[in-house]
Design a protein around this ligand. Structure first.
Ligand code: NAP
Length: 171
């Protein structure tokens, strides 16, 4: 199963200046992310890799999508791939039973839209204003002809969890 997992503000913002604006504030979201993704493969772009400190997330197979990074500069437990689809194939080849999680950022979410089975989107109860910068990234549009809302759950700390199911996956 391949799932895209993201958290967005009420106005659809994922990140500002290379960071998640509410980082550290919603422990329930962090706990949920860790519990869902543990034991699986996580796929991320270079900027997201840097935003997590350039260290692999423990207990997960970390795959980074990059044309600029060199695998020998990475710590053990992380590998480089040149497209999200290649990383998905590599994960399935190594262990077909492993769940695959696309964890961002915006560029990787956009490239993975036609490849995932589910989108797990958490709405953070905050409206993010970022007038000081142009470095703002938003979650891509979810095409209603490609995905249907499967569930909407109220979580802790005012979080809302939306789960979308792909109607007709290509990859
Ligand atoms: N709220 C959330 O749930 C969440 C989750 C994740 C990230 N974020 C935020 O999102 C922001 C980062 O998102 P982003 O879209 O700017 O960056 P990103 O997707 O994390 O990384 C983009 C980089 O990945 C590499 N890349 C992407 N597609 C590629 C391809 N097909 N082939 C080769 N390399 C490719 C490129 O780097 P190279 O130069 O190395 O090729 C590109 O510059 C940050 O603010 C982060 O905090 C938020």
């Amino acid at each position: 199963m391949i799932t895209m997992i993201a958290a967005v503000s009420t106005n659809g913002i994922l990140g500002v200046d290379g960071k998640i604006p509410w980082m550290g504030k919603y422990s329930a979201d962090m706990k949920r992310f860790k519990s869902l993704t543990s034991g699986g493969t996580v796929i991320m772009g270079t900027k997201t890799w840097h935003s997590i400190g350039g260290k692999p997330l423990p207990n997960r197979t970390n795959m980074i999508i990059s044309a600029s990074l060199n695998e020998c500069d990475l710590p053990a437990g992380a590998s480089i791939h040149n497209r999200p689809q290649r990383a998905m194939i590599a994960s399935k080849y190594t262990d077909p039973t492993k769940n695959i999680w696309v964890i961002g950022g915006a560029s990787i979410y956009l490239q993975s839209m036609s490849l995932v089975d589910y989108i797990d989107l958490t709405i953070i109860p905050e409206y993010v204003e970022a007038y000081h910068t142009h470095d703002i990234v938003r979650f891509p549009w979810i095409n209603p002809t490609k995905f249907e809302l499967e569930s909407k759950t109220d979580g802790e700390q005012g979080l809302i969890h939306l789960k979308y199911k792909a109607l007709d996956k290509i990859g």
